[in-house]
Design a protein around this ligand. Structure first.
Ligand SMILES: O=P(O)(O)OC[C@H]1O[C@@H](O)[C@H](O)[C@@H](O)[C@@H]1O
Length: 297
């Protein structure tokens, strides 16, 4: 598959009747439209970006900004951008794109399968020197993601990574997140001050931009308005990032509506800051994250 795959060539090579088709909403940015028994999903090859995921009979899980750019040179605002090989601004080059090149790159689809249990699985790859990335997405009652990173050189190489998941929520003031109590975090709204979260659960009263480090465990988003919990289970991911821009920051983001911020929260699984990964020559690392929506009891 070439980098310039079209919706037509993708349909010819990977289409699965009534289950997987490809379309191009414009700008030469083909996307996969998945209709599995248990869920639907939309995935752009640009950035290997999951834009939509909705279990059958449930509300959408992901927020997508109606003002998002859909352009080969721009990141998509919403869904699940992949941050790689750095997180946030580049430490050495302020002109480098924030959150790295992976979300700006054209990925290649290498495999699309309907599994015996009816889930649908796509695999996308992309080289971002010195790394080879392989992203495997499995769409069913849960959304499973695995990001494999291989060091293709004969030198050690370091990276950061995050699956920057935008969850759609009923209202930011009403949700809470459990699973983060007692953890250290870097507060990016306070000059990267290091603090400890004392009181479980996390609730939101203003701009929130926290990098929880040394958190190999899971966390849960509780949304009473949507009567839904979403368990975020991860492996080989020692950081959790929580972000909501609130009012003033939203005004500075042209690809986000001024009034969209109460309707989403980002809970990101990754390895950033103290948890950056160094790979030996030819070594590989696999991070997985699973989003598991559940009705509230
Ligand atoms: O606007 P971007 O580059 O998509 O980043 C959005 C946010 O992403 C979060 O992950 C960061 O912690 C925030 O600092 C950042 O503002």
């Amino acid at each position: 598959m070439t980098k310039n795959a079209t919706a037509q060539s993708l349909n010819e090579q990977f289409g699965i009747p009534e289950t997987l088709r490809f379309e191009d909403p414009g700008q030469g940015m083909p996307r996969a439209v998945i209709t599995a028994d248990a869920a639907t999903a939309v995935i752009y090859l640009h950035g290997a970006h999951i834009a939509e995921y909705q279990p059958t009979g449930d509300k959408p899980v992901l927020f997508m900004s109606p003002k998002s750019n859909i352009h080969p040179d721009k990141p998509i605002r919403g869904g699940i951008p992949i941050c790689f090989p750095w997180f946030g601004p580049n430490q050495h080059d302020p002109t480098a794109p924030p959150h790295g090149q992976a979300r700006l790159a054209a990925w290649q689809l290498t495999q699309a399968t309907k599994l015996p249990d009816q889930r649908v699985q796509l695999t996308l790859t992309r080289d971002i020197a010195p790394f080879r990335l392989t992203f495997t997405i499995t769409v069913g009652q849960e959304l499973q993601m695995q990001l494999r990173t291989e060091n293709t050189t004969n030198q050690p190489a370091q990276f950061e990574q995050a699956l920057h998941t935008y969850f759609t929520i009923s209202k930011i003031h009403d949700i809470e997140i459990t699973g983060l109590a007692g953890l250290s975090y870097i507060d990016k709204t306070r000059n990267a001050e290091r603090l400890t979260q004392a009181n479980p659960p996390l609730r939101f009263e203003g701009e929130t931009d926290r990098v929880y480090i040394n958190h190999p465990g899971h966390c849960t988003l509780h949304d009473p308005g949507y009567k839904r919990n979403i368990v975020i289970e991860k492996h080989n991911a020692n950081s959790t990032i929580v972000w909501n821009p609130w009012t003033d920051k939203s005004l500075k983001l042209p690809d986000l509506g001024d009034d969209d911020w109460p309707g989403f929260v980002c809970i990101e699984s990754g390895n950033v800051a103290d948890n950056a990964i160094t790979l030996a020559p030819s070594e590989a690392h696999e991070m997985t994250a699973t989003l598991r929506p559940q009705p509230q009891a």
